[in-house]
Design a protein around this ligand. Sequence first.
Ligand code: ADP
Ligand code: MG
Ligand code: MG
Length: 252
Amino acid sequence: MSTLQITDLQVSVDTEDGPKEILKGVTLTIDSGETHAIMGPNGSGKSTLAYSIAGHPKYTITGGSVTLDGEDVLAMSVDERARAGLFLAMQYPVEVPGVSVANFLRTAKTAIDGEAPKLRTWVKDVNAALEHLNLDSTFSARSVNEGFSGGEKKRHEIAQLELLDPKVAILDETDSGLDIDALKVVSEGVNRFREREGKGVLLITHYTRILRYIQPDKVHVFVDGKVAESGGPELADKLEAEGYESYLKVNA
Ligand code: ADP
Ligand code: MG
Ligand code: MG
């Protein structure tokens, strides 16, 4: 059993005009075995939440806390966060020219486990993960994210999720730029991960489309740097029908 606890999190981003307050007190508890969806309009701070938990240097924590099983995540280095069991798939993944997918995955796995994976089982595991995501075996020789299509980037992320086996996965706009076939493949990957014992997922999305394939246990509406409403899967249906307008009016 693990728990990601976000309590009254306040975050500013460094801009050219100085610090700008983005997160205004976010509180969320994600227990293992649960999938939470965060939905909200563009600019509401969803990615800021993901980047802050990931430890991106541009985001300054001005208040509140984030803990994983009671450990202070915000005090950890980015590497320590991964070793503690956090996985963060970013809306805009970086290119790593000259580093192959195979080397990248092996380095990441070694860093997280503290020892290199056994070569024979590892190669089998990598090939299986790529196959699950409909990526052919030549994919592992390519440079990370270099020239990847939107769909290849997202499928590579889910292959990482499958191989690195974190406790809690935070997936930011995993559905963006995917055609329907890629969306299904990616969703199936997330659902396979959810079926493993003791996993938590925080799924960040603007659109309800992916929630037809990945059914969340809880849905949070994110507006203006805060959770405006929380509910069950029925809240996603309401958003699909009505959009975010009613929330924005209240905040205008
Ligand atoms: P969302 O993911 O919900 O679309 P973001 O977290 O990306 O929202 O952005 C929230 C707000 O913070 C927006 O107004 C955005 O312009 C601003 N913001 C986020 N990151 C930066 C940054 N690195 N520099 C300047 N402004 C930023
Ligand atoms: Mg956005
Ligand atoms: Mg975003």
